[in-house]
Design a protein around this ligand. Structure first.
Ligand code: NOJ
Length: 564
């Protein structure tokens, strides 16, 4: 068996503002999480990851931090945090925090000082640059490079105080920290140690493959019709990324046991991920890659193309093979940035939603890696029926809509079609606890509308129904805890060319598991070698009442086990 505890663990992500509101202000809070810890213990998860709860102007819902060592009053205070941490530990779970240190808030005292004058000691803690040579500072096109920011508009903000620009890969209220400066790094490490000393068990690291920039900063690749260029070649996996993470390990984690570190890394390749997660290199335990959640856009973020199952299998197959010997995968369908998977890659119609949600969970959790469950995924929560742009609250949706419609002259309906399918607010609607008003999320007015399907889809109903998505997820988690082949078994993809069935085996010693998921509304026979023998094997888990061997009902999943 494995020596690394997180290989058999399942992580549950909480987006605090949408989880549960204990004080009735319409916004989730720490008290709400404390009230629902038993739901998570019953599900059986091992680790909770909290999206940011630090002091923040909330420009990007807390991913813009103005004090890394305090709790935003919206969520509570440090005393309540300690109570929550104790409640988590009492139930045998761990808690990891979100670490957002590619950027801070522009209201962080570090940035307030940095912007105050060119000779302030903290000037170099952020990325300041003069206007493009020969251009009038502050005029369109005078930005130091042509990069666009993730939320629309340029990646540089002109600051009149000193007549220079600062870099922000995300919103103008999220200035990028300058990791080249050793004082910045030491300040971050000290803050991390402070949280670990308080008892937290690790970190999920926000866009941590963007902290090292390629110097000098230069123009990126321009695309026809796009208002700004793509600068990512200058900041994805920059030249000092591995060095910085290794230094962080040495200065923060070395000597501490039972920690978990996971780096969010948009655009990371398999080869780089092997290095990031090689335990001998002391960088991070696992990374979040994005290939499988970018499978429905065909290289263009403004496209929504139907999922091609062979493409998805190609991606997972490559990651499973790539990290088989060295490194480790994280496994996720959902998080606070992604639409709901049952709507995205499944079928959220009343007829198929429950089966599809269970099938998607089964396929994901039976891969080799550490699965992450995002709040509400265990209920099969769905995308929200957004009508107009006025229904969105997310800074990304609003900023991208503005840029696409006003600057790039795209058709607003086309832009809305993409945002409805993929907008981040799909994941951020309040957690559906029961069928009382506001789904039991809040006694006040929720900050984002509750999905109208909460009378049918909610935790109370599902906990009481042994055939619910909730209980299926509970069984998946239990299976990982009890069956070593789920954790450590090798992975073999079957039927790679099939557009409807996702099939693979896992083998450890003499135990072999067969997993099949039907990604379609058709009845399909799985034509695998050895099919007849497999039908006699032990059926460990399925999602239909009357399974017919390897003849798969719509959206059916099966897990078989045999000893050879
Ligand atoms: C990735 C986070 O997951 C996302 O929610 C956030 O907007 C950006 N990083 C910027 O922090």
């Amino acid at each position: 068996m494995t020596d690394l505890w997180w290989k058999s663990a399942v992580v549950y992500q909480i987006y605090p503002r949408s989880f549960a509101d204990a004080d009735g202000d319409g916004m989730g809070d720490l008290g709400g999480i404390i009230d629902h810890l038993d739901h998570l213990a019953e599900l059986g998860v091992d680790v909770l990851w909290l999206s940011p709860i630090y002091k923040s102007p909330q420009d990007d819902n807390g991913y813009d931090i103005s004090d890394y060592q305090d709790i935003d009053p919206l969520f509570g205070d440090l005393e309540t945090f300690d109570k929550l941490l104790a409640g988590v530990h009492d139930r045998g779970m761990k808690l990891i925090m979100d670490l957002v240190v590619n950027h801070s808030s522009d209201e962080h005292p570090w940035f307030v000082e940095s912007r105050s004058s060119k000779d302030n000691p903290k000037r170099d803690w952020y990325w300041w640059r003069p206007a493009r040579p020969g251009m009038e500072p502050g005029t369109p096109g005078a930005e130091p490079t042509n990069w666009g920011s993730a939320f629309g508009g340029p990646a540089w903000q002109y600051d009149e105080t000193t007549g220079e620009y600062y870099l922000h890969l995300f919103s103008p209220k999220q200035p990028d920290l300058n990791w080249e400066n050793p004082e910045v790094r030491e300040a971050v490490y000290a803050m991390m140690r402070w949280w670990l000393d308080r008892g937290v068990d690790g970190f999920r690291m926000d866009v941590i493959n963007m902290i090292s920039k390629v110097l000098p900063l230069t123009d990126g690749r321009a695309t026809a019709g796009a208002a700004y260029a793509d600068g990512s070649a200058s900041y994805i996996n920059g030249p000092r990324n591995h060095e910085f993470l290794r230094e962080m390990y040495d200065k923060v984690f070395a000597g501490r046991t039972e920690m978990l570190t996971v780096g969010e890394m948009p655009g990371v390749t398999v080869d780089e991920a092997i290095k990031f997660t090689d335990q001998d290199r002391h960088e991070v335990d696992m990374v979040f890659q994005f290939d499988h959640v970018w499978a429905d856009r065909g290289g263009d973020p403004w496209k929504v193309i139907p999922l091609q199952l062979t493409v998805l299998k190609g991606i997972f197959g490559r990651w499973q093979a790539g990290l088989a010997e060295v490194g480790w995968n994280s496994l996720y369908w959902n998080n606070h940035d992604q639409p709901r998977v049952v709507s995205r890659y499944g079928d959220d119609s009343p007829e198929h939603r429950v089966a599809a949600a269970k099938m998607l969970g089964t396929v994901l959790h039976l891969h080799r890696g550490t699965p992450y469950v995002y709040q509400g995924e265990e209920l099969g929560m769905t995308n929200f029926p957004f009508r107009t742009i006025a229904d969105f609250r997310d800074i990304e949706a609003l900023g991208q809509f503005r840029q696409a419609v006003e600057l790039e002259k795209k058709n607003p309906e086309d832009v809305l079609t993409v945002l409805r399918a993929r907008g981040r607010d799909n994941a951020r609607t309040p957690m559906q606890w029961d069928d009382s008003p506001n789904a039991g999320f809040s006694s006040g007015t929720p900050w984002l509308a509750v999905n109208p399907n909460y009378p049918e889809i909610n935790a109370a109903a599902e906990r009481a129904d042994p055939d619910s998505v909730f209980h299926h997820y509970r069984k998946l988690i239990q299976l990982r805890h009890e069956e070593p082949a789920v954790v450590d078994g090798d992975f073999t993809m079957l039927l790679p060319a099939d557009e409807r069935l996702y099939a693979f085996t896992r083998r450890l010693g003499d135990t072999e598991l067969l997993v099949i998921g039907n990604f379609s509304g058709d009845t399909v026979r799985a034509e695998i070698d050895d099919a007849i023998a497999w039908e006699d094997a032990e059926l460990v888990l399925t999602n239909v009442a009357e399974p017919q061997g390897l003849t798969m009902a719509p959206w059916q999943a099966v897990v078989y086990r045999r000893t050879t």
